[in-house]
Every structure is written in C-alpha cells, then in structure tokens.
Design a protein around this ligand. Structure first.
Ligand code: IPM
Ligand code: MN
Length: 442
C-alpha cells in the first residue's frame, strides 16, 4: 500500500476547522483508494509565531521550510491573524512557500456544483466549469520595488529563484523632489513557457479544446509581450487545442457574461489572483474554491494545497466555515500525487437529492473506486437554517454514500444552510468488497 507523507498546517482563524474536515474526507478516500496518509501536523500560525518566531519577518524559519520540503505534499488551512503583521503570514508564509518550493502553478478550478445557485442568473450545474491556471512565482508578486522621498534613490534588488537569479540596479532621479514609489513586475521566458505549457497539458488531459490566455499587453507591453510570445510558441505544439487571448479587463466582463465559454484560463499572477476570486464567485463563493500550488515535478519541489480564501479570524472556532474549498483542495492533492481516485467524474447524477422532510438521503452512484462510506452525526446540522426546507432531518448514524459524483453536493447542501461541522466515520464496518458489491447492484 502506497503511503504519502503530508504536512498539515491548520494555521489561523477558520484554518483548523476546515482542515480538520478536509482531513476526514481524505482519510475516508484513502481507504477506498488503497493508499495511506502519514500526517504530520505543524503549528505554524499566529500563536506559534508570537511564541517562538517573533521578530522573524516570516512565519516559518529556514529549518521549518526544510522540514516541510521532506513531505510528499502540504495540506494547508489558512493564515492571517490581527496579532501578527500581515506581511508575515502572507509574504512570509504563503508566498514564501510558493516561491521556496518553486510551486510555479496555482491551479484554481471553479465548477458550479449541483444544489448551488450561481449569482449569475439561470446557470445550470456544471455549466460553469473552468480551470484557472494562475502563474504563481513572478509578475507583480516578486515583491521588488522602492519608495522614497527626495530627488534620488538607488536600489539593488534581487530576485532569487531556483531556476535563476535576477538582479536589478535601479537608479531613480526625481525632479523636482517629492515622493515616489515603484513596483517591479517581471516574467521570465522559461517560467512563462512552463506555465502556459501546463495549461495546454491540462486541457489535453481533461479533453478540453480551448485555452484562454489572459494578459494586458496593450499597456504593459514588455512583460505581457513576452507572455503572449510564449503562448503563441507553446500553442504550436497543440494543434488540436485552440489558443485564445483575452485582455484582463475584458476577461472580467466575459467571466460574468459568458462563464460557460471558458475551459482552461492561463493568467499571470496578479490578474489570476483577481480573476480567480471572480471565478469562485460565479460558482457560489470563495468557500467552494480550492487551490493547488503546484510544482508538477514532485522531485523539484513539494506542492501545497489550500482553499483560496483567507483565515476569516472573526469566524474562527465557530464551525461555520464552508470546508468544501479545502476538501476540493484535498482532491487536487490526490490528483497531484498520481492517484486519481476519480473524484472528478460527474457522469451520473445522484438518484436522490435531499428534499424537505426526507430523512434518508441515500445516493448510489456507480463509481466504485471512489466510493466512500461516511456517517453524519445527527447534530451535524442542528441550528442550521433548516426551516428553509433544504436540510433533511437527520436520523442517528445516518449512513451516506459519498462518491466522486455526489460527495461535494452533500457538503454544499449543508453549508448552504449554515455549516455546523460534520462527522465522517470510516470505514463504518464496511469492507471495500461490500461497497463494491452494493455498487454492482445499482
Ligand atoms: C490568494 C491570496 C494571496 C495572493 C495573498 C494572501 C498573498 O489572495 O492566495 O489568492 O494574493 O496570492
Ligand atoms: Mn487572492
């Protein structure tokens, strides 16, 4: 049985509670997928920083990073806490991991799930179904720039990556004197090419036919001029896949007007940041949005999987947060590790939907490899707004079949009505053969 060692970083705010739910589902999935997890939890977050790392501009130390690097993957909740300077958790935590481990891809799928209403009128489930591939290590995220008052400034700036080291010597004179701030955005050819190629490979793997490359080359001619050049070059290797360009501002319009058009979107870091929140909103909100910070070459750098939302400190500990983004991030993790347990298959809709007054929402879907038994505690949704008639009444130890095609639907339904935490127990007395046998009969 293959064992994967995974670093768990619950972090701050809602991080611990969402990651806990994600881990439960991952444990359940592992059982049927025939793998095992070796989890190791790390305390990195505000509390730990205040106690042990205070003074460091980063959330973790170099040694901590080296430790993290020994795992097969990192499963991450969220960081951010008012007691710690913002840049510590963000630039010194999240972004540092992305750069340090050369996680040059930020994969952020957005799919409209059954049972979720898009804020866009009339959208049907799965009609919105796109993969945002966000460039993750360059662009305006490199953190280089300056801010001075006077007439002169001279800076030596360094961009250090495992692929290369770039050094900038910036001399500014300002007449008449005053205040000036600048920020450098940079893309390298090699990185641009590998990110765009990843987008095309993804399209091929998922049998998709179009890759939309986002830019703003009409204004930022240097940086996105290179980006476009690389897109055109890479596209030549994929004659079966259409390359389409979209200017970032227009892209934000089209994502609202015609999200169903998009299959794979490849965007530079900053536009990708903005557009992935927008894409997430079209499928119900940030709570449904997973992210994979990926180095496709597992030997070159460990990858990190997280929901794309933040730590929402004021909701921390209330068990209200929607864990689906985190669960779906776990799904990306499994796919990355090479075990596609077919969580991605939606070929048959669940036979039964939860409906008002129904107490046994049992669903069978013939996807045996991903079948997972789980139980939901009767208290799981108490206090939720079940008066809306969305939630069923729970009987004790209600057994549900979670499958690739429906397990997320279940969660969302719960979360729609105010998520209260869910208990998943596995294997609940069922052997894999029994699950398979049941599925055979349906
Ligand atoms: C995200 C976040 C981060 C980003 C912040 C917290 C640095 O918004 O993961 O999208 O801008 O990348
Ligand atoms: Mn963001």
């Amino acid at each position: 049985m293959k064992t994967y060692s995974v670093a768990l970083i619950p972090g701050d705010g809602i991080g611990p509670e969402i990651l806990r739910e994600g881990k439960k589902v991952m444990d359940a999935v592992a059982e049927v997928a025939g793998i095992t997890w070796r989890w190791k939890e790390y305390p990195f977050g505000a509390e730990h920083w205040l106690k042990h790392r205070k003074g460091l501009p980063t959330l973790m130390s170099e040694e901590d990073m080296a430790q993290l690097g020994t795992h097969d993957a990192i499963y991450f909740g969220s960081v951010g806490d008012p007691r710690v300077p913002e840049h510590v958790g963000q630039a010194g935590g999240l972004l540092w991991m992305r750069f340090y481990f050369d996680q040059y891809i930020n994969l952020r799928p957005a799919k409209l799930l059954r049972g979720i209403e898009s804020p866009l009128r009339g959208k049907r489930p799965h009609e919105i179904d796109m993969y945002m591939v966000r460039e993750n290590s360059e662009d305006f995220y490199i953190g280089l720039g300056g801010h001075f008052a006077g007439t002169k400034s001279s800076e030596n700036l360094e961009l250090l990556r495992s692929l290369y080291q770039a050094r900038f010597k910036v001399e500014v004179t300002l007449e008449p004197g005053g205040e000036l701030a600048y920020q450098i955005g940079a893309l390298t050819g090699r990185n641009s090419e590998r990110v765009i190629r990843y987008g095309f490979e993804l399209a091929r793997r998922k049998k998709l036919t179009r890759v939309t490359v986002v830019h703003k080359a009409n204004v930022l001619t240097n940086i996105y001029g290179l980006w476009i050049e690389k897109a055109e070059m890479v596209a030549k290797d994929y004659p079966d896949i259409e390359l389409e360009f979209a200017i970032a501002d227009a892209m934000s319009m089209w994502l609202v007007r015609r999200p169903q058009w998009f299959q794979v979107i490849v965007a530079p870091n900053m536009f990708g940041d903005i557009l992935s929140d927008l894409a997430a909103s079209t499928v119900g909100g940030l709570g449904f949005a997973p992210g994979g910070n990926i180095n496709p070459d597992r030997t070159a750098g460990v990858s990190m999987f997280e929901p794309i939302h933040g730590s929402a400190p004021k909701y921390g500990g209330l068990n209200k947060a929607n864990p689906i983004g985190t669960i779906l991030a776990g799904k990306l993790m499994i796919e990355h590790l090479g075990r596609n347990v077919r969580l991605n298959s939606w070929s048959r809709p669940p036979r039964t939907f939860w409906a008002p007054g129904k107490s046994v929402p049992m669903t069978w879907v013939a996807r045996r490899r991903a079948a997972t038994w789980a139980t939901r505690s009767p208290s799981a949704c108490s206090n939720s707004s079940s008066s809306q008639g969305i939630m069923p009444k729970f009987s004790a130890n209600l057994t549900m079949l979670f499958t690739d095609a429906d397990f997320m639907d279940r969660f969302e339904r719960a979360s729609q009505s105010g998520f209260k935490g869910v208990e998943y127990l596995f294997p609940y007395g069922w052997k894999k053969e029994q699950v398979a046998e049941k599925l055979e009969k349906t």
